[in-house]
Design a binder for this molecule. Structure first.
Ligand SMILES: NC(=O)c1ccc[n+]([C@@H]2O[C@H](COP(=O)([O-])OP(=O)(O)OC[C@H]3O[C@@H](n4cnc5c(N)ncnc54)[C@H](OP(=O)(O)O)[C@@H]3O)[C@@H](O)[C@H]2O)c1
Length: 265
């Protein structure tokens, strides 16, 4: 897709991968509508991106989702790309996680994206096409035991995109799933509960930057890709999980046992 002049609605754009992606979309000539809860940060990103539509609010709230789509259409008259980027994690064993927090994470990582898709599709159908981008994770391709509930939300998001791609094909609407590995953002600090164990935390230095991740996302949109795994090394993990699940369990168990869940020095 040539992004010049296209209208992009992007969630979670006040910080991290979303803020970096907003800037790159803007550089490509896209017109932006961005959403997040932090008004000041969002206003700054909107100003940097040529006066983008900025919708402040929590996207787990139906009124905020509707406002985001309505304000996009009111300003630009169309919607070409929806990027479901906002998301949150938690580092707590599934068997003892607070279910209110787990449900909250599903609301943000799974249900809000789906409801935004439902609001966006009629506009894309009217325009004869478009693209839906879901920011999932490597944890949506390979189950990570220190991240069980988060992994489940990201598998759900991947499955939604993979099946929607077929449902939406007749309308010319494409679906892209982005699966980042470790990205150096505030994501770990912003987790709903628990903290990455020391050993994982120390791996942050091997992570990619938000800008590198966002560049891969935007390239994926431009090249009409189905899936982007970034860094590409992440592709190696999935065949191990699919074709040698016991070996994958053994490997993940070794890592998991070496972790002290919820502790950080
Ligand atoms: N960083 C990683 O290592 C990594 C790896 C794999 C996948 N991911 C995925 O990448 C996506 C972006 O993560 P990130 O690393 O950029 O995290 P981040 O730095 O924590 O940024 C999250 C963004 O989402 C927004 N947000 C959070 N809750 C929201 C809500 N209820 N309503 C509206 N906006 C909300 C935040 O803004 P406000 O606080 O202002 O609302 C912020 O703009 C997430 O889906 C995450 O699961 C991240």
């Amino acid at each position: 897709m040539d992004l010049n002049g296209k209208v992009v609605l992007l969630t979670g754009a006040s910080d991290g991968i979303g803020a970096a992606a907003a800037w790159i979309f803007h550089q490509r000539g896209a017109k932006l509508a961005i959403v997040a809860r932090s008004a000041d940060k969002l206003a700054r990103v909107a100003a940097e991106c040529g006066g983008a539509v900025a919708v402040t609010g929590d996207i787990t709230n139906d009124a905020v989702r509707r406002r985001a789509v309505e304000e996009t259409i009111a300003r630009y008259g169309r919607l070409d790309v929806l990027v479901n980027n906002a998301g949150v994690g938690m580092y707590v064993p599934a068997y003892e996680a607070d279910m209110r927090q787990v449900r909250g994470m599903y609301e943000l990582n799974v249900f809000a994206p789906l409801e935004l898709i439902q609001l966006a599709v009629p506009h894309m159908r009217k325009a004869g096409g478009g693209m839906i981008v879901n920011v999932s994770s490597i944890a949506g391709k390979v189950p990570l035991p220190w991240f069980t509930n988060y992994t489940a939300t990201k598998f759900a998001l991947c499955a939604t995109a993979d099946t929607l791609r077929v449902e939406l094909k007749p309308f010319g609407i494409k679906c892209l799933t982005v699966c980042p590995g470790y990205v150096k953002t505030g994501f770990q600090d912003n987790s709903l509960a628990g903290r990455p164990p020391d050993r994982l935390w120390s791996m942050k230095k091997f992570g990619i930057t938000a800008e590198q991740c966002a560049a891969a996302l935007v390239r994926g949109v431009e090249k009409d890709k189905r899936t982007v795994v970034v860094p590409r090394l992440g592709w190696l993990l999935q065949p191990l999980y699919i074709f040698a699940p016991r070996a994958s369990d053994w490997y993940l168990e070794r890592i998991y046992r070496g972790l002290k869940m919820g502790q950080r020095s």
